[in-house]
Design a protein around this ligand. Structure first.
Ligand code: CP3
Length: 334
């Protein structure tokens, strides 16, 4: 069954689908080949032909159940007028965020992102009908973390900045919600049949503000998708046992769990929602026997539930392509 139907269907008695976060990327030699000739990452994301080719690379290699469009969550700030650069060992850096720059309308943003939608369309035309094409967004909070530079180098929250700028943060998250509606709808119209929302930095939010800055904006995105009949996978990474409250409040079609969450706890406490992922990407770098046991462990735990095999975060660049192949085989043969 196509993944988008699997997550919205209540039936569990079918084979578990499989795909990987960051499946199109730096661990694949065929990606590195293209990347070498395209130094500007943003430009590469805006090259519809190459983005299509990269999106299809892991599907050709592993015959996965879903392709995820080659783009980035930071294409939105780029299209809103911020300069996005990737600094080695420091992650993405965005030019200082001035309120005035944010005045680009959703329409203007979508115009700049037109090649992304073209790539989705091109990919859909080349992808088998039984495979899903996943579009995605960064959740408002996670985009805000990058856009307003709320994180310190050690991946901790800049507390002082957070508290002094809290009202500015609230104001911008509200505006991002509306901007993201447009980006979601465009991706869907172009041929994406599922949207995944990455809230990679949800775990940084001080406890008292999690509901306001993670749950509430996510719920607005969820309600929009529901209205448009767009299946939504949420990934509020790092919120621990609050996953349960998240599901009760947001009611996503599917939730990706992270590698810090105990899968047995997840299985017992999140059981009415389709679950995706969980396996620690670092496990793909270690002992192979141990890895295979871990993969089977996830499959055993979620045997009687709707479960999509995936990881608890993106594939690491050091991963050997053969390791991914081995995982696919175990999941297929299970
Ligand atoms: O999953 C896929 O294969 C599709 C494409 C995709 C990329 N980024 C390509 C990319 C997706 C879905 C993302 C999501 C993304 N981007 C997230 C959310 C998921 C997560 O990992 O937490 C975040 C936080 C970003 C922001 C971002 N983009 C960072 C932190 C970096 C630098 C380092 C890294 O790879 O994480 C990027 C660059 C980026 N995005 C690369 C790729 C293939 C590497 C570019 C390169 O140097 O070759």
């Amino acid at each position: 069954m196509i993944l988008s139907r699997y997550i919205t269907n209540q039936k569990t008695s079918v084979k578990k689908p499989i795909w990987f976060m960051r499946q199109a990327g730096r661990y694949l030699p065929e990606f590195m080949e293209i990347r070498k000739q395209n130094q500007d990452f943003i430009k590469l994301c805006l090259n519809a032909k190459l983005a299509t080719e990269i999106t299809l690379q892991p599907i050709k290699r592993y015959n996965l159940d879903a392709a995820i469009i080659f783009s980035d969550i930071l294409m939105v700030p780029h299209a809103l007028g911020q300069k996005v650069t990737f600094v080695k060992d420091h992650g993405p850096q965005l030019t200082y965020f001035e309120t005035g720059k944010f005045s680009r309308s959703p329409n203007e943003m979508c115009k700049i992102l037109e090649p992304v939608y073209s790539a989705i369309n091109l990919t859909r035309n080349q992808l088998n009908k039984d495979k899903s094409l996943i579009g995605f967004i960064g959740a408002p909070w996670t985009l805000g973390v990058y856009m307003m530079n709320l994180k310190e180098d050690k991946n901790t929250l800049n507390n002082e900045k957070f508290y002094t700028e809290l009202n500015f943060i609230r104001f911008n998250l509200e505006r991002l919600v509306n901007i993201l509606f447009a980006h979601i709808e465009k991706q869907y119209q172009a041929g994406a049949d599922v949207i995944q929302m990455f809230d990679s930095w949800a775990g940084l939010i001080p406890e008292k503000h999690v509901k306001e800055l993670c749950f509430e904006p996510s719920k607005k995105i969820r309600d929009f998708c529901k209205l448009k009949n767009i299946p939504l996978i949420c990934f509020p990474k790092g919120i621990g046992k609050k996953y349960k409250d998240f599901i009760e409040y947001v009611k996503p079609d599917c939730v990706n769990i992270d590698y810090e969450l105990d899968p047995v706890w997840a299985s017992e406490n999140l059981k009415d929602t389709c679950i995706q992922g969980g396996l620690d990407p670092k496990k793909l770098l270690g002992d192979e026997k141990l890895l295979l046991t871990e993969v089977k462990n996830y499959l055993d735990i979620f045997k009687n539930q709707r479960y999509i095999f995936n990881l608890g975060h993106g594939i690491l660049p050091e991963t050997k392509p053969e390791t991914v192949e081995k995982i696919v085989k175990i999941v297929r043969d299970y």
